[in-house]
Design a protein around this ligand. Structure first.
Ligand code: SF4
Length: 317
């Protein structure tokens, strides 16, 4: 299934197209040289009507949480999946995961849904269920082959994100977790603007302890502040290696500048916790299993659970 062609951004628009409905359409710097310049400059302007549709669609979703990271490879999608599994432990909670990491959608593999496809009904696109109270929607479900690269430019990617938010029939949810691409890109801006009226509880930012990762976290925090997305807290992943047998701890990525703890203090945000590196996390993710169920007595599981409990307290307070 491919995205509908009715997305408001034309196929031939340049990457940083502000959108034909924006006030400066046809006059923005990004519009210079665009073949649609004359039409866009004279087209009617105003709020995007899809934002009201998205707001109505997500009205039955109580909490919306973004999971962000400054860099790839820091365990953002692993964290999203474990958070989802943990929240879904409560049989009375309905949980959804929306994977908008368009260029590297890994949630289906991590949550055991590889090869699944999206189905459509009269009420919209149906997410795929991991269990009765845990549903997932991912761009990966639209790819004929999991090894296919998604080579889409900004406008088309943003159109798909809008369509995910507008057309997926989540039903009533207690939590919707949005797994975003690494960094601060057009996709993040799109999510922030599409959800501006439906309300985002906030963002959890995942990092590793070394300075090279923390530098990008600073940009992520700056982005959240500019986009007025509340920051729920910071999680330091791969924070030392705890041997699964003897539980002895060794440092893998030295926190030369104080790690996430120092950064959280400096930027006045909460450090939700530190998760040690445990090779069994990667193994569980590769097999599409919940690490928390597989290894409930491990130090990494304890760390995950403490973070998730704290997050739940922050959201539900
Ligand atoms: S003229 Fe500007 S707003 Fe219109 S399609 Fe081109 S880049 Fe987008």
């Amino acid at each position: 299934m491919s995205p509908r062609s009715e997305d408001q951004v034309p196929e031939n628009a340049p990457e940083h197209c502000p959108g034909p409905e924006s006030q400066n359409a046809g006059q923005a710097d990004a519009c210079a040289g665009c073949p649609n310049q004359t039409i866009c400059a004279s087209a009617p302007k105003g709020p995007d009507p899809d934002i009201a549709t998205i707001t109505a669609r997500l009205e039955p979703v109580k909490h919306k949480i973004l999971v962000l990271s400054g860099k790839g490879g820091v365990g953002k999608s692993s964290f999203t999946s474990q958070l989802a599994f943990a929240l879904a432990h409560d049989e009375d909670s309905q949980v959804g995961v929306m994977d908008i990491d368009i260029c590297g959608p890994s949630i289906p593999t991590i949550m055991g849904l590889e090869g699944e496809q999206i189905h459509q009904s009269n009420s919209g696109w149906q997410p795929v269920f991991v269990q009765d109270n845990l549903a997932v929607m991912s761009i990966a479900f639209m790819l004929p082959n999991k090894d296919d690269a998604v080579i889409w430019r900004g406008p088309k990617k943003n159109g798909l994100i809008k369509q995910f938010l507008r057309d997926v029939d989540w039903g009533e949810l207690d939590f919707l977790l949005v797994d975003t691409p690494p960094g601060t890109s057009d996709e993040h801006l799109s999510v922030a603007s599409f959800l501006k009226d439906s309300g985002i509880d906030g963002a959890v930012i995942i990092t590793t302890p070394q300075e090279v990762a923390l530098q990008d976290v600073r940009k992520e925090i700056d982005f959240c502040r500019k986009a007025k997305i509340p920051i729920l807290g910071l999680v330091e992943n791969m924070s030392g290696f705890v041997c699964p047998s003897c539980h002895g701890e060794s440092v893998i990525f030295p926190p030369t500048t104080g790690g996430a703890e120092a950064l959280a203090k400096e930027l006045n945000i909460e450090l939700l916790g530190k998760i040690p590196l445990d090779p069994r996390v990667a193994k569980s993710c590769d097999m599409g299993l919940s690490f928390l169920d597989e290894h409930p007595d491990s130090p990494a599981c304890e760390a995950y659970e403490a973070i998730i409990d704290r997050l739940r307290d922050i959201i539900e307070q």
